[in-house]
Design a protein around this ligand. Structure first.
Ligand SMILES: C[S@@+](CC[C@H](N)C(=O)[O-])C[C@H]1O[C@@H](n2cnc3c(N)ncnc32)[C@H](O)[C@@H]1O
Length: 168
C-alpha cells in the first residue's frame, strides 16, 4: 500500500470495516485503491463525473491492483454523484469538493431513496459549518443530527471532516 496524505489517512481510519466503501469525487482514487488493497471492506466503489478519470483509474486498477482471490468487489461509476442510480451502503465518502457539491449529492441520494449508508464522511473545501447546518435539514431521520467534526492540516491549511452516523 502507498502512503496516504494525513487527510486521506484520517478518512481511511474512519471507514467501517466489513462494509462497502463509496468514494465519490474520487479523482486519483488513492483512498479506494488503498481500501481495496487492505482487504478490509466488502466492496469499493469509485465515482467521478469525469469519464477519462474513471477509465484511467480502472485501467490502473486492473493492471496493478486487481486480485483474482480478493474478497473485495470493485465498482467504477463514471457519472456525477447526484446522477447515481443504485443504492449506496456502508461508508460514503465525499471529499475534496465544494460544500454545495456535497449537499447536491447527499440530497439527490436521499430524495431517490438510495442512501442506505451507515456513515457519511464529508470533506468540503470550506464552509463546513454551513454544510453541517444544511445537512441536518436534508439527511433522513435515520441519521444522528449532530456530526463529529475532525481537523487535519494539509499543505498549511486546516481541513475539516464531518462524520455523520446512522442511528443504531
Ligand atoms: C480535488 S478532487 C478530490 C479528490 C479526493 N476526493 C480528495 O479528497 O482529495 C475533485 C474531484 O471531484 C470530481 N467531481 C466534482 N464534482 C463531482 C460530482 N458532482 N460528482 C462526481 N465527481 C465530481 C472532479 O471530477 C474531481 O476529480
Amino acid at each position: 500500500m502507498f502512503k496516504l496524505s494525513r487527510r486521506m489517512q484520517l478518512i481511511f481510519d474512519h471507514l467501517l470495516p466489513g462494509k462497502p466503501v463509496w468514494d465519490f469525487c474520487c479523482d486519483h482514487g488513492y483512498l479506494g485503491l488503498n481500501a481495496y488493497e487492505s482487504g478490509l471492506f466488502s466492496e469499493v466503489h469509485f465515482v467521478d463525473q469525469v469519464p477519462h478519470i474513471v477509465e484511467q483509474l480502472e485501467v490502473r486498477f486492473q493492471a496493478e491492483y486487481f486480485r483474482d482471490d480478493a474478497l473485495t468487489q470493485a465498482g467504477f461509476h463514471s457519472r456525477p454523484g447526484e446522477d447515481l442510480q443504485q443504492p449506496v451502503s456502508g461508508t460514503v465518502v465525499i471529499a475534496g469538493v465544494g460544500a454545495h457539491t456535497i449537499l447536491k449529492i447527499v440530497q439527490s441520494l436521499t430524495e431517490n431513496g438510495l442512501l442506505s449508508a451507515d456513515r457519511l464522511i464529508l470533506g468540503p473545501q470550506r464552509d463546513e459549518q454551513m454544510l453541517s447546518d444544511l445537512l441536518q435539514k436534508v439527511l433522513p431521520n435515520t441519521f444522528k443530527t449532530d456530526c463529529e467534526m475532525l481537523s487535519v492540516e494539509e499543505r498549511g491549511r486546516n481541513r475539516k471532516l464531518l462524520i455523520f452516523d446512522k442511528i443504531l
